[in-house]
Design a protein around this ligand. Structure first.
Ligand SMILES: Cc1cc2nc3c(=O)[nH]c(=O)nc-3n(C[C@H](O)[C@H](O)[C@H](O)COP(=O)(O)O)c2cc1C
Length: 232
């Protein structure tokens, strides 16, 4: 029995990092969830995947007067978001590339919190015209700054390599080409998940610490015990 099994299932948050109408993010996350469901650790019940859609969080642009590092949250939307993130042991960030970086909604969601991310492992699944590699480099740097351990490999999906445009007009910017991942994509995602779960070993729900703060973060009066968690 490994440590994750001993302490309860590891909860992997699958964060959808875009919010525009007609976005591809949810479809990419659904594909990732399907691949994850076939992972032996998840099949064995030692880990679960929770979909966290930033569009559903409806966070305003950061409006907390005190930087997240102090854990002094003044707004209910921050406390709700804190509870969602604190409930996870590890994360896969699903991000498109926007102007060679990540979408503002994802950066904003990360900036809102601190202790809830700190010390947890992260993996990145990105997509873009050429796979989104430049977004990954920015995201790696941001996640490292909030104290996350980013697993070395990431997974890229190219808009023309990994989506099926056969029934679509490729010049239509709103066309919804279905995702048809190329060879090796699912295996790469499974390998990333293995690294993530290994890094998260021992972080199962039975021993997940509350963020250490006095003022209303995940461990405060409106913490995860009293707030519904996205996707549950
Ligand atoms: C504001 C914006 C900027 C973009 N910039 C890039 C880019 O720099 N590199 C790239 O490969 N694709 C870029 N794209 C294409 C997106 O990666 C692609 O449209 C993707 O589907 C966007 O994710 P979403 O559908 O979840 O919003 C951009 C799209 C938008 C909306």
């Amino acid at each position: 029995m490994n440590s994750a099994q001993k302490n309860g299932p590891v909860v992997v948050g699958l964060v959808v990092g875009s919010s525009r109408p007609g976005r591809r993010g949810p479809a990419v996350a659904r594909w990732a969830a399907e691949v994850a469901a076939g992972h032996p650790v998840i099949r064995a019940g030692a880990a679960t995947v929770e979909l966290i859609d930033l569009a559903e969080q409806r966070l305003p642009m950061l409006d907390e007067p005190v930087p997240a590092r102090f854990g002094d949250y003044r707004h209910d939307h921050t406390r709700r978001w804190s509870a969602v993130v604190a409930a996870c042991d590890a994360f896969i960030f699903v991000t498109p590339e926007y102007n060679h970086s990540i979408p503002a909604v994802l950066k904003n969601g990360i900036d809102y919190l601190d202790a809830e991310w700190r010390g947890k492992p992260a993996g990145v699944l990105c997509y873009g015209v050429h796979g989104g590699g430049q977004a990954v480099e920015h995201l790696r740097s941001i996640l490292t700054e909030v104290g996350m351990t980013v697993v070395p490999g990431h997974v890229e999906l190219g808009l023309f390599a990994d989506f099926d445009w056969s029934g679509e007009e490729s010049s239509d910017p709103t066309a919804q080409a279905p995702i048809v991942p190329g060879e090796g994509r699912a295996a790469a995602l499974t390998a990333m998940l293995t690294d993530l779960l290994t890094a998260a070993g021992g972080r199962g729900s039975g021993d997940r610490p509350e963020p250490d703060r006095a003022g209303g973060g995940a461990g405060g009066a409106t913490g995860r015990d009293t707030v519904p968690v996205a996707g549950r």
